[in-house]
Design a protein around this ligand. Structure first.
Ligand code: BGC
Length: 749
């Protein structure tokens, strides 16, 4: 943890909190704890329990059972609630706050949390899409803008970043994360925390971040949301834990426990996760909020007999705040009276919540968030321009036989359910996003190519509860295609298909849209598929039939201009996949950093018998991690290991030449992968360890120098220690995870 260590204060706090290992704490944080302790002296047990409750108002976004209906205003007055979620506007935020400040006995401010995941007013591409930009600074900046717009809306706290690694695109929440790789995931998680929290948490334009969903929520069995997670501790520490740690190290002040059980114990009652690992080992000193009703759901998990039991389990596990369920306030006093939990335990949980409120500056000025001029904060032109740029950088060109980019006078048949779908393009968890502010593909293409040159029809509908060809849709689509030079076909999955609780067993484009593609194919016109999705899909059929495929994702408010920029050639596509696109759903989970096994496939296709391969399809995904095309070509050569032998603790340096051998400027993502040849536990066939996004003019050549500290080569050993070892390594550099330029280096003691 990169924080100031104040041993005396920390030691005193440790005595108070009963932790055995020393967390590190900044002076400012320690002050907040001291102030919280002072305040707690005046609080009744019920008021302390109140600080551990998070309620929802009737207007809030509901993502699960609502539990007990409450008289919210009396609860605030009685000091029985410390937080609200899903209060998206400052009028409501200030109204609730005013009751807390003016009408409750001690006037303790509320903390208001919301799901601001990929933008507040201006919606950026869904997180998975944004990760494909590999542009860490841009991702940080997007979180910064989201924080400013949120703070102006009276929001103090976002339930983001989602740090869940997932290799299963059947799980709909892959859209909220950064893909399959822990190294990239860690960089992105930290960047988002920096963006939200800035350098000063109490500043009126920064908000608290929340590391979620702790832990391993992305490994739900069979990709089914909320399903069991069961994996070895070694796998967890190696692949799943790094992004959470990176976000904590960046200073995130809250964590959300996940819905899933983990090694047999639901995360919200899992003391090993929430106390031993999170507090004692990782030194986390902020507070943990449960996911929606997750404490109460421990009854259904079958580890608690009733709400009282569930509250006891969660409190003892070191879960501070109960989201929505209400069991803490309902049973906390009884639990203390019956001696099942101590008041000291409640004090510890309460102190950590109050300390975050102090750190946010809520005690100094409870209305600080939301007092800004919203017209100045929202939709700033430079931020809209930035959203357009980042949307363009997120899009991935998967195939192009030369049809793209289009000449400026091209007559386009723009067809499909997502070509003019302002809401769908915003994707899941749209914050305060307003579809009416979205610029759609249709609007932007009409502007770029001229209204008379864009012939539009939707042809199909796809979304919540609907998946069909519209009456006469195919006939109309074929008619327009015949009148045009090229078909831009916007198909895939809707915004509704992304996010929580939308798992899919099939990863293909829905059948009605495939029917549409088949009919258009028969016209003989060139077809460019614009693939709308929040997950990786099996798009074998589309890749075979289309002349180009541009993965547009759900790219947010400015998706339209970004698509127009790319298809017109004003922007050269530069996104690279951060999740493997499977060849078939049967391969899932398919990811580049698999382990070799004792019998690896001899080749990636039609492998001979008795090897770890399928007899009916290839092992390789359709498109690997790191993959992405451009309108120009980049040539990689001359990999040099500048440090063939490095001492443990030193830095490995590798260089590679990258040349833009095409005719236009472009950006590429140079990637470095390593393999630990002989390790104490089995290692992936390769692992991303460095990357650089670079811009090269036509004909320009650059030497990219990668630096990998040996600490980044640490991995989980069988005794659960996480460290790097001496030994031999292979290194590859190139533009995707199949990079072939190779070298070797050695780490010595
Ligand atoms: C989701 C969380 C979200 C919470 C609050 C839950 O259903 O799993 O990611 O932050 O709701 O809206």
């Amino acid at each position: 943890m990169k924080r100031l260590f104040t041993p005396i204060i920390t030691a005193l706090l440790l005595l108070a909190t009963g932790c055995s290992n020393a967390p590190t704490m900044s002076q400012e944080e320690a002050d907040a704890y001291r102030r919280a302790d002072k305040l707690m002296k005046k609080m009744t047990l019920r008021e302390k329990l109140g600080q551990l409750e998070q309620f929802i108002t009737r207007k809030g976004v509901v993502t699960g059972p609502e539990g007990v209906k409450r008289d919210i205003e009396s609860a605030i007055r009685n000091g029985e609630v410390g937080s609200f979620l899903s209060v998206f506007n400052r009028e409501d935020s200030h109204r609730l706050q005013k009751i807390a400040i003016e009408e409750s006995r001690l006037g303790i401010p509320l903390i208001i949390g919301c799901d601001i995941i990929h933008g507040c007013r201006i919606i950026f591409p869904e997180n998975l899409a944004m990760s494909c930009s590999w542009n860490i600074e841009a991702i940080e900046h997007s979180a910064r803008i989201a924080a400013e717009e949120s703070a102006a809306s009276g929001i103090h706290w976002t339930f983001s970043p989602m740090c869940d690694i997932s290799t299963d695109p059947r799980w709909s929440r892959v859209s909220e994360g950064a893909g399959e790789d822990p190294y990239l995931g860690a960089k992105i998680a930290a960047a988002m925390v920096r963006g939200y929290q800035g350098d000063d948490l109490s500043a009126p334009n920064t908000i608290a971040a929340c590391v979620k969903h702790f832990a391993a929520y992305g490994a739900a069995q069979a990709g089914r949301d909320y399903h069991t997670v069961d994996m070895s501790e070694l796998m967890f520490r190696d692949r799943y834990l790094p992004p959470y740690i990176a976000a904590l190290e960046a200073g995130a002040v809250t964590v959300m426990s996940s819905f899933n059980d983990f090694m047999g114990v639901p995360a919200s009652g899992n003391r090993w996760l929430l106390h031993t690992l999170l507090r004692e080992e990782l030194g986390f000193t902020g507070f943990v909020v449960s996911d929606w009703n997750a404490v109460h759901e421990m009854i259904i998990h079958g580890v608690a007999a009733d709400g009282k039991d569930a509250a006891e389990l969660a409190m003892k596990a070191h879960l501070n705040m109960d989201m929505v369920g209400g069991d803490y306030i309902a049973y906390g006093e009884e639990l203390v009276k019956e001696g099942r939990i101590s008041e000291k335990l409640i004090d510890n949980l309460c102190r950590e919540v109050l300390a975050v409120k102090y750190r946010l500056g809520l005690f100094e000025d409870p209305y600080r968030y939301g007092s800004q001029n919203q017209n100045e904060a929202y939709y700033r032109p430079e931020n809209m321009e930035f959203a357009r740029k980042v949307a363009g950088e997120s899009m991935v060109l998967l195939k192009n036989d030369g049809v793209l980019p289009l000449a400026k006078d091209t007559k386009i048949a723009l067809i499909g359910p997502f070509a003019d779908a302002p809401k769908d393009q915003l994707g899941a968890w749209r914050g305060k996003g307003e579809p009416e502010r979205s610029i759609t593909f249709r609007q932007a293409l009409e502007e770029r190519f001229g209204k008379q040159n864009v012939l539009y029809t939707k042809a199909c509908e796809c979304g919540k509860g609907v998946d069909r060809v519209v009456e006469g849709g195919i006939r109309e689509a074929v008619k327009l295609a015949k009148q045009a030079d090229v078909v831009l076909l916007s198909i895939g999955l809707s915004g509704w298909h992304s996010g929580e609780s939308r798992s899919r067993a099939e990863l293909t484009v829905p059948a009605p849209q495939q029917e549409l593609l088949d009919a258009l194919k028969k016209t003989g016109k060139k077809i460019v598929v614009l693939l709308s999705t929040g997950r990786a899909m099996d798009i074998r059929n589309e890749v075979e039939k289309a002349d180009a495929v541009l993965l547009t994702w759900h790219a947010g408010t400015m998706a339209g201009p970004a698509v127009a920029d790319i298809v017109s050639g004003d922007t050269n596509p530069s996104g690279h996949l951060t999740i493997s696109f499977p060849y078939s759903v049967g391969q899932v989970p398919v990811h580049y950093n698999a382990k070799t096994t004792g019998r690896p496939a001899k080749d990636q296709y039609k492998a001979s018998g008795y090897s770890s391969s399928y007899v009916d399809i290839q092992n390789a995904p359709l498109f690997p991690f790191g993959y992405g095309l451009s309108y120009t070509e980049f040539e990689y050569s001359d990999l040099q290991v500048l440090t063939p032998e490095v001492k443990l603790g030193g830095t490995v340096k590798v260089s590679v030449k990258v040349k833009n051998v095409g005719k236009r400027a472009g950006d590429d993502v140079a990637q470095l992968y390593i393999r630990d040849v002989v390790a104490e536990t089995t290692r992936p066939v390769r692992e991303l360890k460095s990357f650089e996004r670079l811009t090269l003019a036509a004909g320009e050549e650059r030497v990219v120098e990668f630096e990998v500290p040996t600490s980044d080569l640490a991995y989980c050993h069988s005794d659960m220690s996480f460290k790097a070892d001496a030994g031999d390594f292979i290194v590859w550099a190139g533009a995707d995870s199949n990079a072939t330029l190779q070298g070797e280096f050695k780490i010595v003691e």
